[in-house]
Design a binder for this molecule. Structure first.
Ligand code: CA
Length: 376
């Protein structure tokens, strides 16, 4: 079903691209035959490449990048066409930032925590443990200091960053055995990348960095005992429920995860102003779109996992959550002590979290609790 959807989508995209290029060549012919007349010569269509950290058409994340490119192409009526490339087609996933920096591609799509090796502060523009919900994060990015700090971090590289989607809340992971106490973490072999992985390492977990493509097999044959990926929508597609029965919430490590659009600054500045606005607008549309899609599809997928596949949905105990919180603070303090820019970003995020929590807790949290009480 899903595969057919992708093929249909890919087919439709192909047709749209053909239609657009046909349109352009007609327009070019018309322009050249009218050279002597008063009709203005339309500017030469511009073609951009977008490299991504996702396998081509990867559900939600890759298709979100496709949407972004399609919006730019359609809104500009083909004056700026963006072609999307999956991981490995032009550059490997983890070279997307460098490819946009070098101008090999004019755009990129991924997540900022992939660059935390070269810039520790980058991780904070994607997610951090016990951080912000998707709405809160968008508030900080668009109407707080977020985008400004992000631009400052990437400016030396000639790369412009923008929020390029959000997965919403993620899950705490798949476990082959129940996790009832902190002792159950000791000696466990788990895949969980980034800051969250470091937190689990402190709690006695052997953290491994199994690539996404090998994850199901590793969990299925017991090479690893647990794995965290995204949430129900993406996890169901990977079939983790066939390898592990216990699905834990909440996703303390990623209360939301912001995806990233990258633009080569020189390429952006070379665009006429109306195309610059279209690029910015299309990215903003795609950012909002992805969150809506994840919300709708996570909900359906979670039902399927629990009702059709007998998955046990469980919640980490208070003892475990308290330890995760304490340890997260220690790990974050270590990261920010070593890197002044990371400290600036984390300070800004911490101040914002202190402020915004009062609003979130007195509005959304109170409403959700009341709705749960009365709906039963
Ligand atoms: Ca994740």
């Amino acid at each position: 079903m899903k595969r057919r959807e992708f093929l249909t989508w890919a087919g439709a995209a192909g047709i749209a691209a053909t239609a657009l290029s046909g349109c352009n060549s007609e327009r070019d012919d018309a322009a050249s035959s009218a050279d002597a007349g008063a009709a203005p010569t339309p500017a030469e269509p511009i073609r951009w490449k977008m490299v991504t950290t996702w396998p081509k058409n990867f559900p939600g994340l890759g298709t979100g990048a496709n949407n972004m490119a399609r919006y730019i192409t359609e809104m500009s009526n083909g004056r700026l066409t963006v072609d999307v490339y999956g991981a490995g087609e032009i550059v490997p996933a983890l070279e997307v930032f460098d490819a946009v920096k070098a101008g090999t591609a004019q755009m990129g799509h991924g997540a900022a925590y992939y660059w935390q090796g070269k810039m520790p502060a980058a991780a904070f523009f994607a997610a951090f443990p016990f951080g912000l919900t998707a709405d809160e994060m968008n508030g900080w990015l668009y109407h707080g200091e977020g985008i400004e700090l992000w631009e400052e971090l990437y400016a030396p590289h000639g790369v412009i960053p923008r929020p390029g989607g959000n997965t919403g809340p993620q899950m705490g992971g798949w476990f082959r055995k129940p996790i009832e106490s902190l002792d159950d973490f000791k000696g466990l072999k788990m895949r969980l990348p980034g800051i969250g992985g470091e937190v689990l390492r402190q709690l006695g977990v052997t953290v491994v960095n199994t690539p996404g493509g090998e994850l199901f097999q590793a969990l299925n044959d017991g090479t690893i005992d647990a794995a965290e990926w995204v949430g129900p929508f993406n996890d169901l597609a990977f079939g983790f429920h066939r390898a592990a029965k216990y699905y834990y919430a909440p996703g303390w490590q990623e209360p939301s995860a912001t995806m990233e659009a990258l633009i080569n600054q020189d390429a952006f500045e070379a665009l006429p102003e109306d195309l610059q606005r279209i690029v910015e607008g299309a990215i903003r549309m795609a950012n909002a779109d992805m969150l809506a899609e994840f919300t709708a599809r996570n909900n359906r997928a979670l039902k399927t996992l629990v009702e059709d596949h007998g998955v046990e949905l469980r919640y980490f105990s208070d003892e475990i959550m308290a330890a995760l919180f304490e340890t997260s603070n220690e790990v974050l303090a270590g990261i920010t002590a070593d890197d002044p820019f990371a400290a600036r970003v984390y300070d800004s995020l911490s101040a914002y979290r202190r402020d915004v929590r009062q609003w979130t807790e007195s509005s959304e949290l109170e409403f959700v609790k009341a709705r749960q009480r009365y709906l039963g």
